[in-house]
Design a protein around this ligand. Structure first.
Ligand code: UDP
Ligand code: MG
Length: 319
């Protein structure tokens, strides 16, 4: 039995990239259908994440021209993760599997075929993993690598060098729909789901058109979110740091007492000054981290909707 596939593509200000991307994805989907790997009514879903440019016009136009193109228009910019989630949730009951891929096609579409084969072999989640980052700048490579290492150390499990290029079965998506958090970190959740998974390796290309929507500031916020949404290890670290500082100050007291009784009173202005500032800094950072967790709890307790669907263009027969 062949199954139905949806390729879900989040798009934010991608008018430049979309025309090429759409041509590539259309051809690729047609080839998959021809090879009888997926059903003939499989499709590509573009999710417009409140773009400020003509992205939605481009998607609507493509929808008119191709029966393979569907479009989901979100009200407002909700971020990559939410846009992707919106797309996945929109189609999860209509299809058997989804593949998510970025609009800039930095990920190699040709890996999709192998993902689908693994799906037929019984995998519910198949990760696209870059085995080579030569196309990224040194800076991007370095930050990305540190990102995975630190994340894993802090207790957020992710698949090394895998982003949001991933196949998910509708069973896995049902499971994902139960995660109702606002601070969404899909690649971390995917490893939590615990289905049979596998990886497909590919080479990552440079972005062809448009520019990266992840400047350093956004990337750091994303990494921070990844850690604080999955683990409370930072809180433990703060406590350990506190104990160490106390222990250290005890040592200092003993040391100065010994010095005092051996007749060398410590002049210690500098040491006093430095330690006050250092500990003050440590305390402020610690408060900040705790504050972030409290803030997150605050946001989560409101349980606000994560996105609003403004319109949905599709070629499905009305039920
Ligand atoms: N994106 C989105 N909403 C946003 C930012 C980005 O839907 O607020 C989409 C964007 O259009 C692209 C994907 O997320 O399809 C990844 O963004 P980008 O390629 O800029 O990230 P990078 O590859 O540089 O990490
Ligand atoms: Mg990109």
């Amino acid at each position: 039995m062949i199954k139905r596939l949806a390729i879900v593509v989040p798009c934010y200000n991608e008018e430049e990239a979309l025309v090429d991307t759409n041509a590539v994805l259309n051809d690729y989907l047609k080839s998959l259908i021809k090879k009888k790997l997926v059903k003939a009514d499989s499709f590509i879903l573009y999710v417009n994440d409140g773009s400020k440019d003509r992205t939605w016009e481009v998607i609507s136009e493509a929808h008119k021209q191709s029966k393979y193109v569907y479009g989901l228009n979100l009200a407002g910019n909700k971020g990559h993760q939410n846009a992707l989630l919106a797309g996945l949730m929109q189609v999860k009951d209509e299809v058997d599997m989804t593949v998510s891929i970025d609009a800039d096609l930095q990920d190699d579409v040709n890996a999709i075929e192998e993902m689908i084969k693994k799906y037929y072999e019984g995998c519910d989640i198949v990760y696209g993993v870059r085995n080579d980052r030569t196309s990224d700048s040194f800076f991007k490579k370095f930050t990305a690598e540190s990102f995975y290492k630190i994340m894993n150390w802090l207790g957020t499990k992710t698949v090394y060098n895998s982003a949001d290029f991933r196949l998910m079965s509708n069973r896995a998506l049902d499971e994902l729909s139960l995660y109702s958090e606002q601070h969404l970190f899909l690649r971390g959740i995917a490893t939590e789901l615990g289905f049979k998974t596998d990886c497909v390796y590919y080479k990552r290309n440079p972005r062809l058109k448009g520019e990266s929507k992840y400047p350093l500031k956004k990337m750091m916020a994303f990494a921070f979110d990844g850690v604080t949404s999955f683990s409370d290890k930072p809180l433990t670290l703060i406590m350990v740091m506190g104990f160490l500082a106390i222990f250290f100050s005890f040592l200092a007291v003993i040391y100065s007492v010994i010095r005092h009784f051996t007749g060398h009173t410590i002049q210690g202005w500098t040491s006093l000054f430095v330690s006050i500032w250092f500990l003050g800094g440590v305390q402020l950072v610690s408060l900040g981290i705790i504050g972030k967790y409290v803030g997150k709890t605050f946001i989560e307790t409101k349980k606000r909707p994560r996105y609003y669907v403004e319109s949905y263009l599709n070629h499905d027969k009305k039920k």
